[in-house]
Design a binder for this molecule. Structure first.
Ligand code: GLA
Ligand code: ZN
Length: 677
């Protein structure tokens, strides 16, 4: 099963009419009509409403809400309502709440607040999901089921400790295997009984917080366990839904680059991926491009839903900048350009009270349609109406893959040494940014993905190397492709134990180098690297980590300029089979990263047509019927003029565009061209 079947890009979002009186609903729907809002996500936090006491089910209000949406002809994404448990549940079963990293058992409060290992939570959440599904499954307006909400966080309670031990027993079979994997001879940790094992927390293996652990192997396994425990919650609900509703797709909303949950382990269990896009600041197009690519990669390139984004601003941050005019539209189209088949907002109408009363909404507290935000939403709604099905199901024809690995992320950032300052997301972002600037389409994929379709595979900070990945990377190079990796790659196996060989471990043969030593320095320290290829020479800055690289067959493309290792290699390229392996041994600045990445791309003729136009993003999708759609997004606040790289039809204006014709994109303007066949 895959995406919900729709005739156009669903447009709408989270709608919580249970928060306001029914007469307001009339106004809501009038405004939805004006904005062409055709999908509402209902009931995300309705548990206390639909089950106000252990033995009481009351669907009166949800029935009315669903009936109204149906009568108004909207599509519905219906939630199970288990994103927050009700107060009576926490009172009746105190063990349903979470215990935090410091060991404090929480009382009732907030949301996303259930212990994932709690049998009571598992039973009651699945029962609720089943009741909701049974009640509404026959309603054809329901196009998707939304389980829980933004799974995340962690719990360290005794139930989780027991669950962890079971998980370990299943995974390792014997204590000998577990002791070997966790390297417990160190610091007298040999476990002689499963019951001796504790969750790694501030009270046990950790100091200075969740990233400082005496036993990374234990902490790593706890993160895997937590991710699996929450996945089990999701699966219980999904199974309950399936009994009543065999053919409506099920999803849960992800959070993009969210560290605690390994979305690659979850993805096979979602019928389609969906995610909530709240970029860290208001100037994040490359961050969003990476995250969209990651979310699209979860299900082998299948389109995803943009489940939430704010039309204007968030509320949860210290400062909550307003999206400038045009940004709502630009960022929505960016999602579509990267594979979104739905564009939804949080939220359709603003809450009056509680912590999100100042969160942006399509409709504000005064219920007006003559606001800038509403007008922009309505303009976009009209565009998606005109667009119809033109983009639905379209795939990204990427020849470049970037590997993203939660295990490497975790292992790198819980490691004592070489450096706490090297951050996985920053590394991935820098390499993705270089590719994105070059205008290439990129699949961001798991290390287990099929790599046979790519010409270039980029693996920044691939700290952990698992399974047959080294062979599969070697095959990419053997058949003529390029593989690029960086410092802090090929360091540890799946248990976080170092390889008993030269760094970069099993990647060494492909890279044609070995790393002898490394030097980690404070952020202010710069060792320049001179990059050289043919006549091209450029000196860039390198920071944070400097590996001392000894070529074993690789040619040198960049050398350190300072210190006792001045003149030694920092960047290399190794001919391998019909292709090559590229190794970047230091934290090059963005200019340096881009220099290397461009050289790799140029070997395969992969740079996009607008590679040298800054902040003009271009992305391609190919429809199921074979039409090639080129999206051009001007992220600048100034206009830009370029030559069309081929003839086609502008899908938003209907105008014809000839190849080579000058095309002007205004500030934050978007162009979608369907190329001539
Ligand atoms: C998340 C949640 C929503 C809401 C928004 C606010 O994405 O899923 O319920 O809290 O954040 O930005
Ligand atoms: Zn727990």
């Amino acid at each position: 099963m895959s995406l919900p079947v729709t005739a156009k890009v669903p447009f709408g979002g989270d709608y919580n009419p249970e928060q306001w009186p029914e007469p307001v609903w009339d106004q809501d729907y009038q405004l939805f009509d004006l904005a062409r809002i055709d999908l509402v996500t209902l009931g995300v936090f309705d548990w206390a409403l639909t089950q106000p006491a252990p033995d009481v089910c009351d669907f009166t209000l949800l029935d009315r809400i669903v009936a109204r949406a149906t009568a108004e002809g909207r599509r519905i994404c219906l939630a199970t309502g288990t994103g927050a448990h009700p107060a009576w549940l926490a009172r009746a079963h105190p063990e349903v709440t979470r215990t935090d990293f410091e060991g404090r058992r929480h009382g009732f409060g907030q949301r996303h607040n259930s212990c994932p290992s709690s049998p009571v939570f598992r039973r009651l959440s699945a029962e609720l999901a089943q009741r909701v599904a049974r009640r509404y499954a026959a309603n054809p307006s329901i196009v998707a089921w939304h389980v829980g909400n933004e799974y995340g966080g962690a719990c360290y309670c005794p139930q989780c400790a027991a669950g962890f031990r079971d998980w370990l027993r299943r995974g390792y079979g014997t204590l000998e295997a577990l002791n070997a994997a966790w390297y417990t001879t160190f610091w007298s940790h040999t476990f002689t009984d499963w019951d001796q094992i504790e969750p790694p927390s501030a009270l046990t293996e950790h100091w200075r917080g969740p990233d400082h652990t005496a036993f990374p192997g234990i902490t790593l396994d706890y993160r895997r366990f937590m991710s699996d425990a929450m996945l089990a919650n999701y699966l219980h609900e999904k199974a309950a839904i399936r009994e009543a509703s065999p053919s409506v797709p099920v999803t849960t909303n992800f959070m993009g680059m969210y560290r605690p949950i390994d979305y690659h382990r979850w993805a096979p269990h979602l019928d389609f991926a969906s995610w909530d896009n709240y970029p860290p600041d208001d100037s994040s197009p490359s961050w969003m491009a990476l995250t969209h690519d990651l979310m699209r990669g979860l299900k082998d390139g299948q389109p995803f839903w943009l489940m939430e984004q704010t039309p204007s601003h968030t509320a949860c941050r210290d400062v909550n900048p307003l999206k400038r005019p045009g940004v709502l539209r630009l960022w929505s189209w960016q999602a579509v350009a990267h594979g979104a088949d739905a564009v939804l907002f949080f939220q359709l109408r603003a809450s009056r009270g509680a912590s999100e009363k100042y969160h942006g909404a399509v409709i504000g507290h005064s219920g007006r349609s003559d606001t800038r935000v509403f007008r922009e939403v309505a303009q976009l709604g009209a565009e998606f109406d005109r667009l119809g099905a033109a983009t639905l199901g379209a795939r990204t024809p990427a020849r470049v893959a970037l590997l993203f690995d939660w295990d490497s992320w975790w292992a790198l950032e819980i490691s004592d040494g070489p450096s706490r300052l090297v951050r996985y997301q920053q590394m991935v972002l820098a390499y993705h940014r270089a590719l994105w600037d070059a205008g290439v389409d990129i699949d961001v994929v798991a290390v287990t993905a099929d790599l046979s379709r790519y010409d270039v595979v980029v693996a920044p900070a691939l700290h952990m190397v698992k399974g047959d990945l080294p062979q599969r990377l070697a095959e990419v190079a053997e058949r003529g492709g390029s593989v690029l990796t960086t410092f802090l790659s090929g360091r540890v196996d799946e248990n976080d134990n170092a390889f008993l060989m030269d760094v970069p471990g099993p990647l060494g043969r492909l890279m044609g180098v070995r790393v002898d030593e490394w030097d980690a320095r404070a952020p202010g320290f710069v060792n320049p690297v001179l990059l050289r290829a043919d006549a091209d020479r450029v000196e860039v800055a390198a920071r944070l980590l400097f590996e001392l690289v000894i070529p074993e067959g690789a040619e040198v493309l960049g050398t350190y300029q300072d210190d006792f290792y001045a003149g030694t290699p920092a960047v290399t390229r190794n001919a391998f089979g019909a292709g090559d392996g590229w190794y970047v041994g230091a934290g090059l600045d963005q200019e340096g990263v881009s220099w290397v990445v461009r050289r790799v791309l140029d070997r395969h003729g992969l740079a996009g047509p607008y590679a040298d136009v800054p902040d003009l993003e271009s992305a391609v999708r190919v429809t199921p019927g074979g039409a090639r759609l080129r999206f051009l997004l001007n992220h600048r606040a100034e206009p830009v003029e370029v030559a069309a790289c081929g003839g086609g039809v502008d899908l938003l204006s209907g105008d014809r565009i000839e190849g080579g014709q000058a095309v002007r994109l205004g500030p934050r303007e978007v162009l979608v061209v369907r190329a001539d066949a």
